[in-house]
Design a protein around this ligand. Structure first.
Ligand SMILES: *Cc1c(COP(=O)(O)O)cnc(C)c1O
Length: 368
């Protein structure tokens, strides 16, 4: 199988960056961020996009725009990274960790119901590794309990399920453009929303309430600086233009590696759900070997970068700053038993074949 090539847009991008350098410094910020926002809204087919400095900032700004503040409780899957949760702390809100179903990776809504209180205001589903839960179940749960849905779609650009795109299921969808995500700009992020008030609030909040939403005075509220720098907006614009190719390549890379692992003892691919159009963010396999987490760590040492082995991804509720007395077992099971190989657009067939050879060899030899 041959991977689809990625279009080389380096020269036009270099020309644009050179042109931009002539304009800098530009205290007004210049037109690129606004252009990027229009292009994002078109590409994702949503009314509004607001570009920000990071995925963390997108969540921070989105939560603030949805009115989340001190004393509020927000449901968050334990099956996530700390970056989902840090913005809640910054706003004085409390994360309440909910479990995930280890078979489907979807949220455990029974656990979510048990953890509702009179203070619960919102739910932040996280499409880890680009995998999406059932949008209908999420929407029904949120509506029944009057919760705002703020998606952490940082890894899910290009994923969809039941015809609904990641990042467009609820009030706001948040994305990261950090290197390592499929759509990257070095650092960066953005949010998508259909609600004009949320977009206006977000645009004000990311820049110290300036410009203020209609009818309000600039700088009349304390907010933050989460603006996306113009050079990064230019890089984001160039990569957004090749997003379809980047997605095709990532899906093909993932399929290639998973295909090469069919005979690997103790490893079985985690297939997307029916109706799920997965972006293929990371090749995923269930590890059914003794000491599965140690196996993932061993693979990382052998040059196969992966979520748990290289980045020590653990359920968020078990991190030292949270004192969970009742840890989420489904999330722990998923992270202990999942090999999620970390890819970039540069990974060629040769790289992927080398990864596959290492995984096959080590799985064969693994005794725990
Ligand atoms: C990358 C990521 C973030 C944070 O994005 P940054 O741009 O690094 O701030 C948040 N959530 C998830 C799931 C991510 O993968």
């Amino acid at each position: 199988m041959t991977l689809p090539p990625i279009p080389n847009t380096r020269q036009p991008l270099a020309d644009q960056l050179t042109a931009l350098l002539e304009q800098l410094p530009d205290p007004s910020g210049g037109p690129n961020t606004g252009q990027l926002e229009q292009e994002l809204a078109e590409a994702f087919d949503v009314p509004h996009a607001v570009a920000v400095a990071s995925g963390t900032a997108a969540l921070h700004v989105a939560l603030a725009a949805c009115g989340i503040g001190p004393g509020d409780e927000v449901l968050v899957p334990a099956l996530t990274v700390v970056m989902t949760v840090a913005p809640l702390a910054a706003l004085g809100a409390t994360p309440v960790f909910i479990d995930s179903d280890p078979d489907t990776l979807d949220l455990d809504f029974d656990d979510a119901v048990r953890k509702l209180t009179a203070r619960t205001r919102a739910i932040v589903p996280v499409h880890l590794w680009g995998r999406m839960g059932d949008p209908a179940a999420l929407t029904a749960f949120a509506q029944e309990h009057g919760l705002a849905v703020i998606e952490d779609a940082a890894q899910a650009a290009g994923s969809a399920r039941s015809g609904q795109r990641a990042g467009t299921l609820g009030a706001v969808g948040c994305f990261s453009m950090k290197d390592g995500k499929i759509l990257w700009s070095g650092e960066g992020g953005f949010l998508l929303t259909a609600r004009p008030q949320v977009a206006e609030h977000a645009a004000a909040f990311r820049s110290h309430w300036q410009p203020a939403p209609p009818g309000q005075a600039p700088l009349s509220r304390l907010a933050t600086n989460a603006r996306l720098a113009a050079p990064l907006a230019v890089i984001a614009q160039a990569n957004l233009r090749r997003l379809p190719s980047l997605l095709a390549r990532r899906r093909a890379q993932t399929q290639h590696l998973i295909g090469a692992l069919q005979q690997a003892p103790g490893l079985s691919p985690l297939a997307p759900a029916p109706g799920e159009e997965w972006n293929g963010f990371a090749p995923l396999a269930h590890i059914d070997l003794p000491r599965p987490r140690a196996f993932a760590q061993h693979l990382a040492q052998q040059g196969v970068p992966n979520s748990t082995g290289s980045f020590r991804l653990v359920p968020c509720d078990t991190r030292p700053m949270f004192t969970s007395t009742n840890p989420c077992r489904g999330a722990a099971h998923v992270l202990d038993h999942t090999l999620a190989v970390v890819l970039t657009e540069h990974d060629t067939e040769t790289t992927l074949d080398r990864h596959a050879a290492v995984i096959l060899r080590e799985a064969d030899a693994w005794t725990g």
